[in-house]
Write a protein that binds this ligand. Sequence first.
Ligand SMILES: [Zn+2]
Length: 216
Amino acid sequence: MKLRISVAWATIACSWLLPAMHVLAGETDDKLRIVVFGAHPDDAQYKAGGTAAKWAKHGHHVKLVSVTNGDVGHWQSAGGPLAQRRLAEVQKADAVIGATTQVLDIHDGELVPSLENRLKIIRIIREWKADIVIAHRPWDYHPDHRYVGVLMQDAAFMVTVPFVCPDVPPLKKNPVFLYSSDGFKKPYPFTADIAVSVDDVFDLKLTAIHEMPSQH
Ligand SMILES: [Zn+2]
């Protein structure tokens, strides 16, 4: 029997659902531009690595972002050396997946849903010219995961508002915003609006995850 592996997404907001014809300055690119936010350097790869690999195989542009630097996420080491190690690990994993890497220099375990951090998220979504944005739900047990969800929600409308972050041009179309799947039941259990089979890229996803040995 063939093992069917899938990931699921819940839609939180969308003004359109058709594939984008994304017009870049001076050129036309009909590929989608996707950004996935995770709290730590491995979350986006675990949650969306298979789907990202499928998008990348079709020529779409995927960025996997860690909103913290992961500098307390190990049983034995911490601080700058761990942050550097984890950055190198996700860069290797994303090279396997075919995605672009970004890790923000915010301490692991200390993320807060501040205005400063909201503006950082808005800038990343705008600079990537995102058509699809994915992040944790804001009901996770881990405060960093929870606040990534809050920050995405708080950025979701503002990415189109011209005089918020006027240093980066606003998006003309609001992206589709999706939640990554999780097992939390309260206050709202996850329900999937979209499920993606990743059978055909599962070995590749495992290869990518094996590039992050600090985490398992
Ligand atoms: Zn995490």
